[in-house]
Design a protein around this ligand. Structure first.
Ligand SMILES: Nc1ncnc2c1ncn2[C@@H]1O[C@H](COP(=O)(O)OP(=O)(O)OP(=O)(O)O)[C@@H](O)[C@H]1O
Ligand SMILES: Nc1ncnc2c1ncn2[C@@H]1O[C@H](COP(=O)(O)OP(=O)(O)OP(=O)(O)O)[C@@H](O)[C@H]1O
Ligand SMILES: [Mg+2]
Ligand SMILES: [Mg+2]
Lengths: 168, 164, 164, 168
């Protein structure tokens, strides 16, 4: 199963709805310092169920909502969508029979986060469970944030056990 | 249970050793299962020795050597169990040119193998950009507001060539 | 005592603000004195706003923006009180080309000003190499054993040119 | 006052005596991964009195002694020397009248470290004191190790107070 698209709307510096399609092979994202590249990575960790605002460089979860600029008002909500391709029909139950799985998370100021899978509201743990079944998640070795690559080697032995569990 | 974990561990150890040797053009590396009070929650220790050097603590390795060792480990995990996507944010920042090339070759192999792994990487390195199958730029034409745009590979190559 | 510390703080704040604006080509940055139980051991908070962006927590800044902000702070401290040497290990790893150029310009200014600061920096970035007054290479012709050698700037430029 | 030379002998991967002269302006050190560049920076932190082996990536202080390779036997000691130019006669007492100050630290296997200033044996705190008077030291903002630059910004406010004390 593959993630084929990432859509951000109002998430951090992505004030406008932004669609990144993920094709086969290697996609490289480039751009000057501070333009928003790492924000895309954090958007994926967030929609997969990241609970710690600190791990997204914020003090509270609402810090991921577009805060406005001198020219543009701040937004009241942020939403990120991940599209998974299920052509091979190998998705975990109860999604094994749909060709595509769209997971989304939305946060509204003063109201916290809501999650959806294929337009059905679900709980955070349902989303975390789905991705865990696919051996991925906001803390997975498949998502390495800026400055973290050496941690795999510098960590204590028991932190590395997660890798074993992912691979099993 | 534990049997499955030990079997997975064995496979991970072998692949990690292989990928390490490929990324370092030699040397050797190993994983060590460390028993804890919980039989299905072991610690995992890393022993790594770049070519020609003595086996020492991995903590003494250089910044680039640690990044490369970590990438060998991630490669092993992805080969055992592919994931829907792999996102790497500036993992090549500490690598010299030769090692960036080996890193990209590893991604290419995992992308075309049975795993068909899809990677989205962020990089400032022109060698990584050159290896992209798809290239996207992020910019802020309106300050403080990010925009994403597809970049034509040939145009980008021209631009990089001119800036040198 | 405290009066001297407050005077130094004031100077640091002004210089930090100046260097930040130079490295970011705009924006604004500030230091905030935070009282603690000890009147001569304050906390120091940083407020920084890159050009065009809203003032937010410095933690939300990007990797490159954090590095640049830190360099503005170091520049302010060195300008107030020069040190016998300043050693920077791959501080430009997170910087894009334009910011590497600004970083090197800052070092050049501190090097030629009254402070006459001497810098030894480690870098993989060809733009930083190009700005060197003196260039040294470290290699391991015998594996595992480091050797230092002086590099001729013109030869190095030729070599970099050829590898592109 | 300026540091005009750094000499390493048996320190980490520098098995042989190595002399780096530090001239005016900007010196850039380049080389492939793992060739020893950061070891030079750590050598300076070490001779200035760094007490924590962990901050030098080791488990114990003897880890800084050349450990040998498959072709070359390990060394029994490591030594680093820093040369400070005192042409302007501004050095702190009791060194104000000498043209040059040479600070060195040596470690022997099984015997710990010894320090010298201009060939006189001194205590570690004498060396730390000398450098503190010059507003530098192993924990100074003037020495930024690999991967640490962002810490200045990410640290808590009280960690940053050291900068103020250095500048004062
Ligand atoms: N809620 C928000 N609203 C608006 N802008 C935000 C918000 N959160 C973060 N930002 C801005 O996003 C920018 C950081 O983006 P990001 O970390 O993605 O940059 P980057 O492209 O990865 O840069 P680098 O190459 O330096 O790593 C910061 O300037 C920050 O001010
Ligand atoms: N006591 C020792 N004896 C011999 N070699 C050592 C010793 N301690 C560390 N090393 C070796 O030094 C190398 C690391 O050197 P260093 O960190 O200076 O590399 P570097 O040039 O900074 O590389 P990078 O560009 O990746 O940061 C490691 O390969 C390590 O094995
Ligand atoms: Mg980033
Ligand atoms: Mg290094």
């Amino acid at each position: 199963m593959h993630i084929t698209a990432i859509t951000l709307s109002g998430f951090k510096s992505f004030a406008e709805s932004t669609h990144l399609s993920v094709d086969r092979g290697l996609t490289v994202v480039i751009g000057p310092n501070g333009c928003g590249k790492s924000n895309i990575i954090e958007a994926v960790r967030w929609v997969m169920g990241e609970n710690s605002a600190k791990r997204l460089r914020g003090a509270e979860m609402e810090d991921v909502i577009f805060a406005g600029t001198r020219q543009r008002r701040r937004r009241q909500s942020a939403e990120v969508r991940l599209t998974l391709d299920n052509q091979a029909r190998r998705a975990p139950a109860p999604f094994q029979d749909v060709p595509e799985i769209v997971v989304s998370r939305r946060i509204e100021r003063g109201q916290g986060s809501t999650y959806q899978i294929n337009n059905q509201e679900v709980r955070a743990c349902d989303v975390q469970m789905l991705f865990a079944d696919l051996s991925i998640g906001s803390r997975s070795a498949s998502i390495i944030s800026q400055g973290e690559i050496a941690e795999l080697v510098e960590n204590k032995p028991d932190a590395r056990r997660l890798l074993l569990e992912e691979a099993a | 249970g534990r049997a499955r974990l030990r079997a997975t561990f064995k496979g991970m150890k072998v692949l990690f050793g292989e990928y390490f040797q490929r990324l370092f053009s030699g040397g050797e590396a190993n994983l060590v299962w460390i028993e804890t009070e919980d039989p299905i929650a072991p610690g995992i220790d890393i022993r790594a020795r770049p070519p020609g050097k003595a086996m020492q603590s991995v903590y003494l390795l250089s910044g680039g050597e640690k990044a490369l060792t970590a990438l060998a480990l991630i490669g092993a995990v992805l080969r055992l169990r592919p994931t829907p996507i792999c996102l790497l944010d500036e993992v090549d920042a500490a690598l010299d040119d030769a090692n960036v090339a080996r890193f990209c070759a590893l991604l290419a192999e995992l992308g075309t193998s049975a795993q068909e792994m899809r990677f989205v990487i962020i990089s400032h390195h022109r060698l990584s950009m050159a290896k992209a199958d798809h290239l996207f730029g992020v910019g802020m034409p309106e300050r403080g507001v990010s925009r994403l745009y597809a970049v034509d590979m040939l145009e980008a190559a021209e631009h990089i060539h001119q800036s040198n």
